[in-house]
Write a protein that binds this ligand. Structure first.
Ligand SMILES: [Zn+2]
Length: 84
């Protein structure tokens, strides 16, 4: 099997390219259903997509900028200005 095999009308490559949007809930309902049908029936994605999906989720959690409240931002700016 290769990433270009088509299962449920889409290739693994296309599915993997959409995983990020899928996890963000950014895919349209029909695209989501197609992706889920593919992953459910595809031996490649059952293994690779599953691990990749978890990886993407953890990465995004780690990389997401944490909102800085005004108080912390002011203290940080003061420390930076002092240079310590
Ligand atoms: Zn697949």
């Amino acid at each position: 099997m290769s990433l270009d095999d088509r299962v449920a009308g889409v290739s693994c490559r296309e599915v993997l390219a959409q995983l990020g949007d899928y996890q963000d809930g950014a895919l349209a309902a029909d695209a989501r259903a197609t992706l889920e049908a593919h992953v459910g029936a595809c031996a490649n994605c059952a293994a690779f997509g599953g691990a990749y999906g978890g990886l993407v989720a953890r990465l995004r959690e780690r990389l997401a900028p944490r909102p800085l409240d005004a108080d912390r931002a002011a203290r940080l700016a003061a420390r930076l200005a002092k240079g310590d």
